[in-house]
Design a protein around this ligand. Structure first.
Ligand code: E4P
Length: 221
């Protein structure tokens, strides 16, 4: 399973990228607004820091606007994936950009029907938003299961990018289903790292080592 970070926060991106955990990044206008400053500079910096795919979203709503923006965004770097919304214009833009060799992440997917159409329009990734479905009382994870099954039946090349992740169990469940990518907010990745037994274990090992050092003051590893 590939891990993308769902953020435009440079500090978090550097932190987890240095740990070798980041296969890619997803951003959107809301994540950029959260960071403030110049969004263009932020996007360029992210593309420079991360080697893997970085999804940058268009804001035009018509096909030609999306295609123009997509071409401009792609100039930031060879690892840019253009994020287009799952609308008729978005899918048309996806086909045009894909045919030009510019990969597309079709975003704001909320049904299997939409995911099939994203695959048919040549998307490299489709992003079902599971947390937002959970928010309105629909089971987001069953959507991932269904899309996985459909894509397997027809060997669609489009990768399932699980988005709108709200907690660590979403990541585990997505992994069990065999989703290709999970895009995780930095605070949730931080929680994945933690276990109280790890902290207790380290504390006890260090205390025992101190005991040994008292008996043999010159020892070292
Ligand atoms: C994914 O590409 C989106 O940026 C993101 O996962 C949306 O998450 P949210 O529902 O928490 O805003």
């Amino acid at each position: 399973m590939k891990i993308f970070l769902d953020t435009a926060n440079i500090t978090s991106i550097k932190l987890y990228n240095d740990m070798g955990l980041v296969d890619g990044i997803t951003t959107n206008p809301s994540l950029l607004a959260k960071e403030g400053g110049d969004p263009q500079k932020t996007m360029e910096e992210i593309v420079r820091i991360v080697k893997g795919d970085v999804s940058l979203e268009v804001v035009a709503t018509d096909t030609s606007g999306m295609v123009e923006e997509g071409r401009r965004l792609r100039k930031y770097g060879k690892n840019v994936v253009v994020k287009c919304p799952l609308t008729p214009d978005g899918l048309k833009a996806c086909r045009i950009l894909t045919d030009e060799g510019i990969p597309v992440n079709v975003t704001l997917c909320f049904s299997s029907n939409q995911a099939i159409l994203a695959a048919k329009s040549g998307a490299k990734y489709v992003s079902p938003f599971i947390g937002r479905l959970d928010d309105v009382g629909q089971d987001g994870m069953s959507l991932i299961k269904e899309i996985r099954e459909i894509f397997k039946n027809y060997q669609y090349g489009t990768q399932i990018l699980v988005a709108s992740i709200r907690h660590t169990m979403h990541v585990v469940e997505a992994g069990k289903i065999g989703a290709d990518v999970v895009t995780i907010p930095p605070d949730i990745l931080g929680k994945m790292l933690k276990h109280p037994l790890t902290d207790i274990g380290i504390k006890n090992f260090l205390a025992d080592w101190e005991k040994l050092k008292k008996e043999n003051p010159s020892i070292r590893i």
